[in-house]
Design a protein around this ligand. Structure first.
Ligand code: NAD
Length: 485
């Protein structure tokens, strides 16, 4: 891993000012070549205090608190326009930090802009409610912001996750302190810059970089933070949830997954293969909804496996900006090591490597965190690689006999984020969709996502739902008002 000489850390955003200087800093590393992109500060307790004080004061300003929904929506629309304008810059920052291929990074910038537009529209149309009369009084439900929201995000799709939190939290009238992952800190800083350009009052959107255990934890514990919206690993989510329970503040937790992707014998296998590939190898499998457990009905198991191996061996693994690249590196060297360890454990537990299972050969991969698309067979549902979230391009293929066997295996997981079903039998599709313990189910498609549909997990995959109209309500508390007539 070659590194560049140290640079000064990038400044962070507190109360509308770009602030330099912190006790410690960290490097953002390009996983495609091991070079240092930027140096960033680990925001200190004093900086967390300053951001929280600024956010609290800004959220309480009548100009922000009582802003008409139309004006708030216009601010969000301006942010959407600026995200589009800076689309290439966002894409480049993400590509340099998590190694996703250029086309995917560009698509995520466009989708972040749509998220801001969607919440601008929801903000303008969502109102309070007058409830049916039960006496000589009027009763109303009004919705009010929490005040200061901490938004803590992961590295796999940084801008997407940040837009999904910041847009509805602002639409709901809160001030936000955004703490991006230490692997992908830069898109959040650019979002903060855009917020200022769009005209957000100082203190309404603050961006602090830093370690989860230092800056992130200090935020969750801060007395002025009244709500935490977190996306990341289940273990981190659980520790944040425990602090929030102690503090009696609400949390939204979007956590890990080990999603079953299911193919029945009557499925359109060609279409299924296409979607299985996208479901696990897009973004090098670093997706919370990755279809990482593939259950195939025994009668078509070998045929489907052949098709998959053929298609997956043709995936172009390359530098993320290379023309035609379909898979870039893993987001960090440490994470690539972790994936390798999972594959070694799978082999030790009796798994057979049908494809990949190692780093690619070739000079262009030498300094990067690359790993080949990997398909493993011969494991049962109890194997480590089948039970644990690998968060990489590793697909475990398991046969099943009938519907009852399938449902038992698919639901035998601590996770419950997403699932996919391939079948021509619509009654079966419905039965299985209702029986699966997951927050999302795709039927004859996979990874199709819409900002208007609630997103979130059952079981250890999370708590609360982002997206949709409820995604704005997540950032508000209701107030019942009774008015004697
Ligand atoms: P992570 O849990 O390690 O970190 C996520 C964020 O939490 C980072 O910003 C990190 O700095 C911060 N953090 C870490 N420890 C903290 C603490 N003690 N207090 C406060 N903040 C802390 O996750 P990751 O490795 O960045 O992301 C990968 C995980 O995210 C996977 O498990 C994936 O499934 C999950 N994910 C879930 C969704 C979803 O919507 N369900 C979406 C994307 C990713």
């Amino acid at each position: 891993m070659s590194q560049q000489p140290n640079q000064d850390p990038k400044p962070i955003l507190i109360n509308g000012e770009w602030v330099s200087g912190a006790a410690e800093s960290f490097d953002s590393i390009n996983p495609a070549n091991g070079k240092v992109n930027y140096r960033l500060p680990i925001a200190t307790q004093a900086q967390v205090d300053a951001a929280a004080a600024a956010a609290k004061a800004a959220a309480a300003q009548p100009a922000w608190r009582n802003m008409l929904p139309h004006a708030r929506a216009q601010l969000l629309m301006r942010m959407a326009d600026l995200i589009v304008e800076h689309g290439d810059e966002f894409a480049r920052l993400q590509m340099q930090e998590n190694g996703k291929v250029w086309a995917e990074c560009k698509a995520q910038a466009a989708s972040a802009a749509s998220t801001f537009r969607y919440y601008a529209a929801v903000c303008e149309t969502l109102g309070s409610e007058v409830t049916p009369s039960r006496g000589n009084y009027l009763s109303m439900t009004a919705y009010e912001p929490y005040g200061v929201v901490a938004a803590i995000t992961p590295w796999n799709s940084p801008l997407t996750m940040e837009a999904q939190k910041v847009a509805p939290a602002l639409a709901a009238g809160n001030a936000v302190i955004l703490k991006p992952s230490e692997v992908t800190p830069s898109p959040a800083l650019l979002l903060g810059k855009i917020g200022l350009e769009a005209g957000l009052p100082p203190g309404i959107l603050n961006v602090l970089t830093g370690d989860g255990a230092v800056t992130g934890k200090a935020l969750v514990q801060h007395r002025d933070v009244r709500m935490v919206s977190f996306t990341g690993g289940t273990a981190t989510g659980r520790s944040i949830g425990m602090i929030a329970a102690e503090r009696l503040i609400p949390v939204a937790l979007e956590l890990g997954g080990k999603s079953p992707h299911i193919v029945f014998e009557d499925a359109n296998l060609e279409a299924a293969v296409e979607n299985i590939m996208g479901g696990i190898f897009e973004g090098s499998g670093q997706s919370c909804v990755a279809g990482s457990r593939l259950f195939v009905q025994r009668s078509v198991h070998d045929k489907l496996l052949d098709l998959l191996v053929k298609r997956a061996s043709a995936i172009k693994v390359d530098q993320p900006e290379a023309a035609g690249a379909q898979m870039g590196p893993i987001a960090s060297f440490m994470h690539r090591d972790r994936i390798e360890q999972f594959v070694a454990t799978a082999k030790a537990e009796g798994g057979q490597i049908a494809l990949g299972g190692k780093r690619p050969d070739g000079a262009q991969y030498e300094n990067g965190a690359y790993f080949l698309p990997t398909i493993i067979t011969g494991l049962n549902n109890q194997a480590t690689a089948v039970r644990e979230e690998i968060f990489g391009p590793v697909l475990c293929v398991l046969p099943f006999d009938d519907e009852a066997d399938l449902i038992a295996q698919a639901n035998d997981s601590v996770y419950g984020l997403a699932s996919g079903i391939w079948t021509a039998n619509y009654q079966r599709a419905w039965r299985v969709a209702r029986a699966l313990e997951t927050g999302l189910v795709w039927i004859n498609t996979y990874k199709q996502l819409s900002i208007s549909t609630p997103f979130g997990g059952f079981k250890d995959s999370g708590l609360g739902r982002e997206k949709g109209i409820g995604g704005l309500r997540l950032y508000q508390q209701s107030k019942g008002i009774y008015w004697s007539m």
